[in-house]
Design a protein around this ligand. Structure first.
Ligand SMILES: *[C@@H]1O[C@H](CO)[C@@H](O)[C@H](O)[C@H]1NC(C)=O
Ligand SMILES: *[C@@H]1O[C@H](CO)[C@@H](O)[C@H](O)[C@H]1NC(C)=O
Ligand SMILES: *[C@@H]1O[C@H](CO)[C@@H](O)[C@H](O)[C@H]1NC(C)=O
Ligand SMILES: *[C@@H]1O[C@H](CO)[C@@H](O)[C@H](O)[C@H]1NC(C)=O
Ligand SMILES: *[C@@H]1O[C@H](CO)[C@@H](O)[C@H](O)[C@H]1NC(C)=O
Ligand SMILES: *[C@@H]1O[C@H](CO)[C@@H](O)[C@H](O)[C@H]1NC(C)=O
Length: 594
């Protein structure tokens, strides 16, 4: 047992050691926090959005005033912790070091969550058999997932919302044709809840995240007009709630109500702004399915429950194909220090393998209706998985990055768990991971701290966010007996990608029954096992409460300030995205299809 004095002595030694670390800095030292704080104003992004675009910003002055060193910790925001990570969402996120804003080394500054505009759909359960209702539920789930992944907030509405609209009785009194009345019900429901998008539940965003039309819908809607798509009928509208209700009232005054079939024919044209030649959406209404996917239409005709489930699989496959076609140059699972990080990046490799598989469906080689010349998912044109030493900035490459804690990296690169202060000081270079993985992007000359800002913008900036996915090594279990990805992680990633990720590997074997070396073909079994052991031990040190664990952890973090910052940032960014979705799911429980 260590006595009090012993602990204090130990603490003093650690303090002195860290002090020495800082004193002994070479020109490539990360700047001290003070230095960073002084110039932090420079890192407020200069493309700040217009004030009017900012959602729920409590205090506009907080980012307009020139940046100054905070003297108080910023207030805690709602739902801003998860496990060990804490975050603070703010426009000052591109500071190299979060602690200069949060005054808490464990609290990362993340970019504000982009606002998610609502996309509503109208679904009426009435008159459906049990099996068909269940198939519809799957379809709605697929629909919600697809829209969520594109940055929207999908909400399923029903007759209750339509009846809530004050104009409901006036519509009912008109005695409209069933098709037209159905259109009116959708608009009434939409007009009774909120501004946003109204989309058919058979309409799927079938393009990349940065697609022009999808981006413009995400930005919101012109309050003057209701946006609709040319030649696609009444499948998608975007508008403000007041405008929608005005349009319903104006339509009710028209004298062509008796013959009209669609709401587009009765709402006066000057309400609409028409998007020409829309290519970003795929409509799986019955006519399209009959025309293009006849075998599935036949199935639906025979047995709606079975047929619709086949349609769900088909749509899911098409969503996956759209992802694969967007990133046609392959999936990059970054692997700096390749001789020592095979086990470390293995969860990324597993994920990449799942994503590049083809989900089973009827009409396996078909294309989405909006993109008949797609490259179908077949074994022959399966996406490449590459392992570059660093980040590749190419819009046709999807990156999966797995970041080790500095201590973990030190340990695998030393090939031993005997990582000591002298070793760190004399034999390791600072911020190894960040320097190595951004070398081909930023060259060899910058030090770690100058790489933090570009790295953060790859993880969370507009360009990088939809083209990469980042985890910490420590967020995955490390078990040589069972290397399968945890189901809760894959379940969550379904929502990130917008399609259901195939769960089976090509071998079709149960993951946990597989021999270890199936995962590492051509690897050296001894070395792989040793790496597993080192990562496992490192994890214990990182969680450890013993003073020697704490001290070596602090020393490795102090020596690698930039790597640590990047690691915490990634941990918080991933955690926040999981919390965002869970919170939304809680709120959506009341709605159909969740
Ligand atoms: C900040 O660090 C730079 C080197 O990165 C140095 O040139 C400069 O003098 C430092 N400024 C202060 C205020 O310490
Ligand atoms: C940050 O977290 C580590 C590990 O969880 C802990 O040891 C340390 O005391 C924390 N620092 C602060 C300032 O809370
Ligand atoms: C990557 O490339 C895109 C355009 O090709 C550019 O806008 C972006 O800034 C680049 N990202 C980095 C980190 O260099
Ligand atoms: C990889 O680990 C070995 C020890 O197992 C070490 O000698 C080598 O330098 C390490 N490679 C790198 C790039 O650090
Ligand atoms: C750990 O490494 C140091 C040298 O860096 C050595 O003196 C010490 O004996 C080693 N300890 C163990 C348990 O191997
Ligand atoms: C969000 O916060 C509320 C109350 O603070 C809590 O009840 C809820 O469980 C949190 N949700 C998540 C997903 O953490």
């Amino acid at each position: 047992m260590i006595s009090h004095r012993g602990t204090r002595l130990f603490g003093a030694v650690v303090f002195f050691a860290i002090f020495l670390l800082i004193l002994s800095s070479t020109p490539s030292t990360p700047p001290s926090l003070r230095n960073v704080t002084n110039k932090a104003g420079a890192y407020v992004p200069n493309n700040l959005p217009k004030l009017s675009d900012l959602p729920n910003l409590p205090n506009i002055d907080s980012f307009r005033l020139p940046f100054h060193t905070p003297t108080h910790k910023p207030p805690e925001q709602k739902n801003s912790t998860s496990g060990e990570s804490k975050w603070y969402s703010d426009w000052k996120w591109l500071n190299p070091f979060s602690s200069s804003v949060t005054l808490d080394e464990n609290r990362s500054v993340l970019p504000p969550l982009p606002p998610r505009p609502s996309v509503f759909t109208y679904y009426n359960l009435a008159g459906k058999q049990k099996g068909e209702a269940e198939a519809d539920r799957q379809l709605l789930l697929t629909w919600r997932r697809a829209w969520w992944a594109k940055g929207f907030r999908p909400v399923v509405l029903g007759p209750a919302e339509a009846e809530n609209n004050g104009i409901y009785q006036a519509v009912k009194a008109k005695g409209l044709s069933p098709e037209l009345e159905m259109d009116f019900m959708k608009w009434l429901a939409w007009g009774s809840v909120d501004s946003g998008i109204l989309a058919d539940w058979q309409l799927f965003p079938m393009a990349d995240y940065d697609d022009k039309l999808i981006t413009s819908l995400r930005r919101g809607t012109d309050p003057q007009f209701i946006t609709r798509l040319e030649n696609m009928g009444a499948v998608l509208f975007s508008g403000e709630r007041g405008r929608v209700n005005d349009a319903i009232k104006a339509a009710l005054d028209r004298n062509n109500l008796k013959d009209a079939r669609s709401i587009v024919d009765v709402v006066p044209d000057d309400f609409f702004r028409v998007v020409e030649k829309p290519k970003s959406f795929a409509n799986y209404d019955l006519n399209t399915v009959i025309a293009r996917y006849a075998p599935i239409a036949e199935k639906i005709n025979e047995n709606p429950a079975v047929g619709k489930l086949a349609l769900v699989d088909l749509i899911n496959l098409h969503l996956q194909i759209t992802f694969q076609n967007t990133f046609s140059s392959g999936i990059s699972v970054m692997k700096p220090f390749p001789e020592n990080t095979t086990v470390l990046v293995n969860p990324g490799v597993k994920l990449a393998k799942l994503i590049t598989q083809c989900a089973p469906a009827m009409l396996q080689t078909s294309c989405p209706p909006n993109n008949p010349s797609c490259i179908p998912c077949t074994r022959k044109n399966s996406l490449r998985i590459i392992h570059p030493g660093g980040y590749i900035n190419n819009s046709a490459v999807y990156t999966i990055g797995i970041l080790p804690h500095p201590y973990t990296l030190l340990s695998v690169n030393k090939g031993s768990d005997n990582v000591t202060l002298p070793y760190i000081r004399r034999e390791s270079t600072r911020d190894n991971w960040l320097v190595e993985s951004t070398k081909n992007l930023l060259g060899n000359r910058l030090d770690g701290s100058s790489r933090v800002v570009p790295f953060k913008s790859i993880v969370a900036g507009d360009f990088g966010m939809s083209r990469s996915l980042w985890f910490t090594v420590e967020s995955f279990p490390t078990n040589p007996k069972d290397t399968a990805l945890p189901p809760e992680i894959i379940d969550d990633l379904d929502w990130h990608f917008g399609f259901r990720i195939p769960r089976e590997t090509p071998h079709g074997k149960d993951e946990s029954q597989k021999p270890l070396m199936d995962d590492f073909p051509g690897g050296d079994e001894e070395k792989i096992k040793a790496e597993f052991e080192l990562i496992g031990k490192a994890r214990e040190v990182l969680k450890g409460e013993r003073p020697e664990d704490k001290s070596i952890r602090e020393i490795s973090e102090a020596w690698n300030l930039a790597d640590t910052e990047a690691w915490r940032f990634v941990r918080a960014f991933r955690a926040r995205s999981v919390v965002e979705r869970k919170k939304w799911e809680e709120e959506e429980k009341a709605f159909v299809g969740s």
